[in-house]
Write a protein that binds this ligand. Structure first.
Ligand code: PHE
Length: 339
């Protein structure tokens, strides 16, 4: 009996100390102390022990059970501590590790210029309004005094959807939409996309314009010159100037091409301005009275000025880009430079 208890105690000790997890320790517990465990078997054996030795033998069994229970709970605590330690170790946050870089998006160079120009004109009391890119022939051409057979249509290679519906070739269609919707006085600019069937290093089939329109009493070419002069100073530098060259648009009379001082050389002449000192960025003029009348505005009482400029031309100059096409390829390595 003594031998048996001693043997069980020894195997229990070694199994307990080698149990590597709480789960296997529990298996050990069941193996020794459970209902079908080794000690239950020993208890049954007690019946075969002579009666006078039984109390002592019973005590030996109980002592051994106590020892095993104590060893198990000690081991249990050690294993629980160890598991916790490992869990904490696995969860450690190494604050010295380099962080994961978040990629930030940025505004497109064309958007940057549109925002900048919109800011300048809102500062001068203008509203900013958007309009449809799919436009009627009527608003893009006819009401702007460009009838169907007018040679001026050849200046703009139009994308036709149907005979009457097109992709707008110019933001000037917004002059019509604005004047049909609002009564004078009007001061508005309309930035947006326009489309022409043209594609090379200085033309893209889709590009951006900003249209400007002022309708009020006594608007003259002097107002146009003053307004664009103010704009050039804000866009380029305080010394920048504007010059007018006579031009022709069916919807303005008189019409001008407005050049502004070259932003690169300040007017001295450089490669960007082809050594002229000027950048050709605007078409403008006094709105043809016919156009006002088309929109139900009395041309005897009101007059209007209008201008339209290409955004890409300004963006190319501002950012020193030579090929229009890269602006629309949206290669991130290119765009990253214009934050
Ligand atoms: N719409 C003209 C163009 O695209 C520019 C312009 C706008 C001219 C307004 C005069 C007045 O060339």
């Amino acid at each position: 009996m003594e031998d048996l208890i001693g043997k069980i105690l020894n195997t229990a000790k070694s199994e307990i100390s080698s149990a590597a997890s709480l789960k296997s320790l529990n298996d050990v517990r069941v193996g020794f102390l459970g209902r079908n465990g080794e000690f239950t078997a020993v208890m049954k054996n007690l019946r075969g022990v002579p009666p006078e030795e039984r109390p002592l033998a019973g005590k030996r069994v109980n002592d051994a059970k106590d020892i095993i229970e104590r060893l198990i709970s000690e081991r249990e605590r050690a294993l629980a501590d160890e598991e916790l330690r490992q869990k904490i170790a696995a969860e450690t946050l190494d604050v010295t590790l380099p962080g994961k870089r978040t990629e930030y998006g940025s505004l497109h160079p064309v958007t940057l210029i549109i925002n900048e120009i919109s800011d300048i004109f809102t500062g001068l009391g203008f509203d900013v309004a958007d309009g449809p890119e799919i436009e009627t022939d009527k608003y893009n051409f006819e009401m702007l005094n460009i009838p169907k057979d007018h040679p001026a249509r050849d200046m703009q290679d139009t994308f036709y959807i149907t005979d009457d519906i097109i992709l707008r070739t110019q933001t000037s269609s917004m002059q019509i939409r604005t004047m049909l919707a609002q009564k004078p006085p009007i001061r508005v600019i309309n930035p947006g996309k326009v489309y022409r069937a043209d594609f090379d290093s200085s033309h893209s089939p889709m590009f951006h314009q900003i249209e400007g329109l002022v309708v009020d009493r006594n608007i003259t070419l002097c107002d146009l010159l003053g307004l664009l002069g103010e704009f050039a100073k804000k866009l380029i530098s305080k010394d920048a100037q504007v010059r007018f060259r006579p031009s022709y648009f069916p919807f303005t009379e008189p019409s001008v091409e407005a050049d502004v001082t070259c932003s690169e050389c300040g007017g001295r002449g450089c490669q960007l301005c082809k050594h002229t000192g000027w950048m050709e960025i605007l078409g403008a003029g006094i709105v043809n009275p016919k156009v006002l009348e088309n929109c139900g505005i009395d041309s005897g009482e009101y007059s209007a000025l209008a201008f339209g400029m290409g955004i890409e031309r300004i963006a190319l100059a501002r950012f020193g880009i030579s090929d229009m096409r890269v602006i629309f390829e949206n290669d991130k390595r290119f765009l990253r430079n214009y934050r």
